[in-house]
Design a protein around this ligand. Structure first.
Ligand code: GUN
Length: 306
């Protein structure tokens, strides 16, 4: 049976480290790091994520500013806000929650954030620095960087390992591949057109699933003993799907009844657990690490700005 990797514990460890560094800068009389979180429109999942991010800032002692803008916001209005935040001394990090409404061109907005304040690591300068292997002065995307922390702090060997990433998004798949290459893994990136996906995945010592399909990765994808990292956060509303994957999981079924949904990862845990060596649970795996890395990136931006 796979060992479950405790993302919450590792996230708390990272937050504790950021907190103790922060205490030292506070003692030196410096202002706290500041994060601005921008949400356009009312996407329910985004509302939850933005709420969690702002709450974590308060917990850890960061200054935070939240900007809720209506769905009808124009590109120019959003660019104007970003220009103000770019110039604002107390703000070290700017996060524009994605996805944006369809009428706003996402990349134009991301390009407008000063690279030094781009704590999401989505600006082309930071993407380029990561690609070039110059991570020390880059800001790198929170979720895949959190996966690296999880692997390293769980003593999973990366150097020389065969790593397969399922998914080629700019938020997870592509930066994940760069981070793994920079640590000398042999990396394959798979996607919807990959021929014999299970066969390719079965070569992986480290398998990272970031495709957004609930319980898609089964035992047929997993090399015995492999480390399987589940990045998926899929809202499942159908109780019969839950029963097929988890059996009579009362907690999940009750969640659908109460909140209309339960969160399921990209990995089928019941089929993966007997084969994998290590596995991240959903929830409680990669999720808490993403927020911890956002705090760590904001702190890094603050330090680089000093
Ligand atoms: N939407 C989903 N993931 C992310 C993320 O990491 N950053 C931002 N800004 N939006 C997201």
């Amino acid at each position: 049976m796979a060992e479950l990797l405790d993302g919450k514990r590792i996230a708390d460890e990272i937050l504790g480290e950021v907190r103790s560094e922060l205490l030292a800068t506070e003692a030196a009389g410096r202002r706290p790091p500041g994060l601005a979180v921008v949400l356009v429109g009312g996407d329910p999942a985004s509302l939850v994520y933005v709420g969690l991010k702002v709450k974590k800032c308060a917990e850890i002692g960061f200054h935070s500013e939240r900007y809720d803008m209506p769905e009808s916001t124009t590109t120019e209005e959003l660019l104007e806000l970003i220009a103000r935040l770019n110039a604002k001394h107390e703000i070290d990090g700017i996060l524009v929650q994605l996805p944006l409404p369809k009428h706003i061109p996402e990349q134009r907005i991301l390009d407008a954030i000063r690279p030094e304040k781009d704590i999401d690591g989505f600006h082309p300068i930071n993407v380029g620095l990561l690609y070039l292997g110059q991570e020390s002065h880059a800001l790198t995307p929170c979720t895949p960087t959190g996966v690296i922390e999880l692997l390293e702090r769980s003593s999973v060997p990366i150097e020389g390992a065969s790593a397969v990433v399922i998914g080629r998004s700019a938020i997870v798949g592509k930066p994940m591949a760069s981070l793994l290459i920079n640590r000398s893994a042999t990396v394959t990136v798979c996607h919807s057109r990959t021929v014999d996906l299970p066969g390719v995945c079965r070569n992986a010592d480290i398998l990272v699933a970031a495709i957004g399909k609930p319980a898609f990765v089964t035992d047929a994808f997993i090399k015995p003993g492999a480390t399987v990292v589940d990045v998926g956060i899929n809202a499942v509303t159908d109780p019969s799907f839950v029963r097929t994957v988890f059996g009579e999981d009362e907690k999940r079924l009750a969640a659908i009844e109460k909140r209309g949904q339960t969160i399921v990862g990209d990995v089928h845990p019941r089929l993966a657990e007997p084969v994998a060596g290590r596995l991240t649970p959903v929830p409680g795996g990669v999720g808490p690490l993403t927020i911890a890395m956002l705090m760590k990136n904001t702190y890094k931006a603050y330090r680089l700005a000093l």
